[in-house]
Design a protein. Sequence first.
Lengths: 265, 304
Amino acid sequence: MTMEAIHSGFGALSIEAVGKVFVSNDTNVEALRDINLRLDGPELIAIVGHSGCGKSTLLKLIAGLDRDYDGTIRFLDEVVRGPSIDRGMIFQEHRLFPWLTVEQNVRLAIHRAPLSRAKKDEIVAERLALVKLGDFARSFPAQLSGGMAQRVAIARALAASPRLLLLDEPFGALDAFNRMAIQEELLKIWQDQQIPMIIVTHDVEEAIFLSSRVVVMSPRPGRVQTIVEIDLPRPRDRTSAEFIAFKRLILDEVGFGDARGSRAS
Amino acid sequence: MNAWTRSDHVASRARASLPENELAGAIQSVETIHARARQVPPGLMRPDSRGFEKASGVALPLLFLLLLVAGWDQMARAYSDPLIPRAAEIWSELLRILGNGKFVGQAATTIYRVALGFGLALAFSTLVGILTGRSRAFRQFAEPAILIGLTVPGLVWALLCVIWFGISLTTSTVAVALSIAPPLTLNIAQGVRTASPDLLEVAAIYQLGSFERLRLLWLPTIAPFLLSGIRIGLSMAWKVIVLVEVFGLSSGVGYQLNLEFSSQNVAGVLAWTIGFAMIMAAIEYVLLGGLERHVMRWRRAATV
């Protein structure tokens, strides 16, 4: 598929000494402590960790959906102070507007853009073609399968021509086959469009398959435990020995190495 | 479109565009399986069920109306009292008021008055309802007003407005608006509270303006509540407007009812009532039903 790159140039994200405390009536829960992370160029990184390690919280801070935190988050040399069309977000649920058609849902992302009607139509058609849902432009979300709906959500996020794409467990609700197919598709979009992406996942295999770095976080409070460089060539074979070795390494890091350890000893 | 044929349709589209490339093929064959799984086994479908439903949808209400007319007529014959007119008398009375153009003119007057009061209430309730649903403080402030408004009988509003505003369009407008604003506001406020925080987050990310938020998020969210509020409101408005016209105005269906009542023409009272009920039923079925089908068409798609 030939398609002009959605944007030119890419943004740098820097997260410096970021902490986050949730304050409720009389208990304070420290969700994040001293997070430092840099993203240069169109890199795809994954964040894994137990639930409650603050990985989704971190993503929300980067998205600008929660402005109450310590430390600094800079994107394109500007401090993040709220949501921006530059930073697209894809959630675990597709979050499509059920009363809008697929086409209208994608169009929603560029509602405010100062573009002509024809140009907007063109962008919508292009992004739907990118996720191979051109035939379903006039369907309602309820008529789509889970995987198709999530691909519409991807098309919507891409329509706004983001310079950074944040994905919060985007394929967690899909079955295994759909998930693998959509992972390959996301990878293709990433290679095509050269958009930096951060994907939060609890699926270690997904993290290794997609990303160039896997950030492992530990819970209570959420910290960066380690960062694993995945230097496997693409396309990656999920069943190769090197792939499995990475899987072991990361599972060890998140504390699931015991099953293997007992067999090895 | 029938739900089952739609699944079929999805599957066949997926099949038609299959060999684009390997990846697309893989995805789409998964979806074809999904779409097929959603189809119902053929044995479970009654091929004539839709036709049957359609026929019974007309026949059963008609049967009820026929039984009602026949039962009334039997009763009237048994009593043979001038205060209980036979069905034929009511029918000829109905034909008379329809024939001399009186009904159309008077009904139009009444509907105009209802529409004015209704429009006022709708504008007011949408504003107050959204505020009540969004702001806790405003809800606590407005709740007593809504609760009091719900309990005050329409008759009281009708009497007060006639006393205060006399014979004028203000009387009917204000009386109708005061009677239906409370239930309408309550419904809209409840609808606003069902708004999905997930979609609000999406609206924040794409920085939708307030008009777009209203159009794309708030109105569709409150639409079912708004529709049921409009139904309740319309049925109340009709009762209140008749009272206002009986007490304080010199035209409209209510005034005509009062005239027929004072000359003890029961057939006339019934004819006016039946005529206006038919108009209200037409508004309910054709206008509101059509609006609901249009606004809720995305939800019909979901009932697979």
